[in-house]
Design a protein around this ligand. Sequence first.
Ligand SMILES: Cc1ncc(COP(=O)(O)O)c(C=O)c1O
Length: 404
Amino acid sequence: MILTVVFHTYKMTAKLDFVKRELEALKQEGRYNYIRVIESPQGPWLTIEGKKVLNMCSNNYLGLCNDPRVVKAVQEAIEEYGVGPGAVRSIAGTMTLHRQLESKLAEFKKTERTLVLQSGFNANLAGIGPLLPNAEAAVFTDELNHASIIDGIRLTKAKRYIYKHRDTADLEQKLKEGKDHPIKVIITDGVFSMDGDLAPMPEIVEVAEQYGAIVMVDDAHGEGVLGDHGRGIVDHFNLHGKVDVEVGTLSKAFGVVGGYLAASTQLIDYYEQKGRPYLFSSALTVPDTAAALKSVEILMESDDLVRKLWDNAAYFKKEMQALGFDTGISETPITPIMLGESKIAQEFSRKLFEKQVFATPIFYPTVPKGKARIRVMISAAHSKEDLDFGLRAFEEVGKELKLI
Ligand SMILES: Cc1ncc(COP(=O)(O)O)c(C=O)c1O
């Protein structure tokens, strides 16, 4: 039997006028996201629109997205376990592989336990809500924290104190104001994803101890990058046991998808009872779990990729600065090329693409207005020739647009 598919079109009625207006405004202001589709595996070079382009904007820090060892581990796991988890973790979705990954991650992060979720975004939602159970609780959050932290907080009734970016004096002031709340939680990105600067964790921990506050850090851009073998920001500052919860993602340096919480046995036990994305959204799939497990093992065996990442980043940053570009305040391989207005960032990105370099523009609301940029993400998978290719394209476009 032949199935005939009929595509129905929707009538654009007045009730949706606001959608039309908003889409037009985004285009006018140069803030509309044009999505390019990747036709090849992730790696230093991609195929997009049939063209080979240098990839300078993915979070594939260590090149593990398409590592043959990871791919092989996935193939073996699928043979053994299939693909789907079949349920949420708490009903019938927790598989041996989830537990293996959690043990391996606990070893990697040097924590008592970890809990694996479907994404870093969900890990923040699962991690924040249970720590802010009622309106008497208070949260102290850096003004530049990631959207998933902001949304995690929005889902609670806690009193919000937003402190100035990386400003521990302001944090302390806010803690003084909120000292009577029975539960106080400080939440910060470890590495700020758009600027690549670090949270002052030792000072945050100190002030937290003084005011009896819980500390939670989102280590999405720290793991695989900072600390011994890429163990993350807590290891980088040698604060093991002093940060109550680390939120991790498996989608960046680990090259897969998924997220996790790393904490004490007691806190993870609590999250298993209370974390809504854990309780009400199906478990991470078999291929994702097996792939992430292999990536963590690779990272624990050798830090060669982490070292290569830092060498590449140092070289690229130095050369970009020599060309006259403003690379912001980054302390990590995240390399923002500050361009100002969103339309300039869009035009810059378009011109780079003509020169076979793929680097997406980033603008408001992802970064503040007037701070649009191209965020270059360096990878251990880039060769020196790749970086030189990228540098030449940036130089040419920078000169064409009279920015350098
Ligand atoms: C700081 C930070 N936290 C959380 C996330 C969300 O991670 P995931 O992509 O695994 O959902 C991201 C990713 O964009 C991030 O940059």
